[in-house]
Design a protein around this ligand. Structure first.
Ligand code: GDP
Ligand code: K
Ligand code: MG
Length: 277
């Protein structure tokens, strides 16, 4: 068996350091097709399995507004890596988890590498990794890429996920939104069932992108103009009920989810003016 794991994370989360730690010096550097964003590929060393590692561009989100983000999400949707390893900077967890929610919404298997744990610990902060894992519903592996710590465990976890291939499509934990939004989403996904020609695309993600009026993804869906018009009625009805900026409302819902998650799982050293549990 051979596997492909893609590394995704915010700029400066330690992606390249992790890439080097996993692959050693066997990397291949090129460009992403049609763009000048650097593409790095290598093989995981010291594993009997054939594991290809792809370093995606550093990104904060998966919006259609930045070249790096489009490159990253096109790669994930079109090439279907077995697992996306999401490098999260543990010292900046709240900001970094936004991308985590975006990756989970894609419906691909995600493993979080909670990186920079050496810095988290030396600052006296505590992250309850087990609780984070439980609430998110995906594996979280603490790492210190620059020290080589947790790297083997991370690749092993990704391998076990690749071998069991769970999908976010049935995971309740991917429900980041208020009940009233989830209600519309469920209805929309039901309407779409059996009508999505592009099998690489998770229906729930497709629904969210239609609601966000993401034309790049909408064009990939392969839906007739007529059916798309029908699906757009969901957005129109939601905007009637919730106000006109649905895209911001969805983003706010994700931030709220993350804020609550961080409250439950991160304990900052007292005196830093942050939350205590
Ligand atoms: P990228 O932009 O995501 O590719 O991040 P880099 O791999 O370039 O890392 C950004 C900075 O963080 C560099 O100075 C790394 O040496 C440092 N770094 C990476 N991983 C760790 C870690 O686990 N702990 C600490 N303390 N620093 C790290
Ligand atoms: K960097
Ligand atoms: Mg880098």
């Amino acid at each position: 068996m051979s596997y492909t794991f893609a590394l995704a994370g915010n700029p400066n989360s330690g992606k390249t350091t992790m890439f080097n730690a996993i692959t050693g010096s066997t990397q291949y550097v090129g460009n992403w097709p049609g763009v000048t964003v650097e593409k790095k590929e290598g093989k995981a060393r010291r594993f009997k399995e054939d594991i290809r590692i792809v370093d995606l561009p550093g990104i904060y989100s998966l919006s259609p507004y930045s070249l790096e983000e489009i490159v990253a999400r096109d790669y994930i949707v079109d090439e279907r890596p077995n697992v996306v390893i999401n490098i999260v900077d543990g010292t900046n967890i709240e900001r970094n988890l936004y991308l985590t929610t975006q990756l989970m919404e894609l419906g691909v298997p995600v493993v979080v590498a909670l990186n920079m744990m050496d810095s988290v610990e030396s600052a006296g902060d505590v992250i309850d990794v087990e609780a984070l894992e439980k609430h998110l519903g995906i594996p979280v592996v603490p790492t210190s890429a620059s020290k080589g710590k947790g790297v083997r465990e991370l690749v092993e976890k990704a391998l076990s996920v690749a071998q069991s291939a769970p999908s976010c499509s049935e995971a309740v934990s991917c429900r980041f939104f208020e009940q009233k939004i989830e209600f519309f989403l469920d209805d929309m996904v039901n309407t779409m069932a059996g009508h999505l020609p592009n099998k690489n695309i998770n229906p729930r993600w497709a629904a969210l992108k239609i609601l966000e009026q993401d034309e790049k993804v909408t064009a990939k869906l392969g839906l007739s103009a007529e059916f798309l018009g029908e699906l757009n009625k969901y957005r129109i009805n939601m905007e009637k009920e919730f106000g006109s900026d649905l895209e911001s409302m969805l983003a706010d819902n994700r931030y709220k989810y993350i804020g609550e998650l961080v409250q439950k799982t991160v304990k900052k050293k007292a005196g830093k003016g942050e939350l205590t549990i």
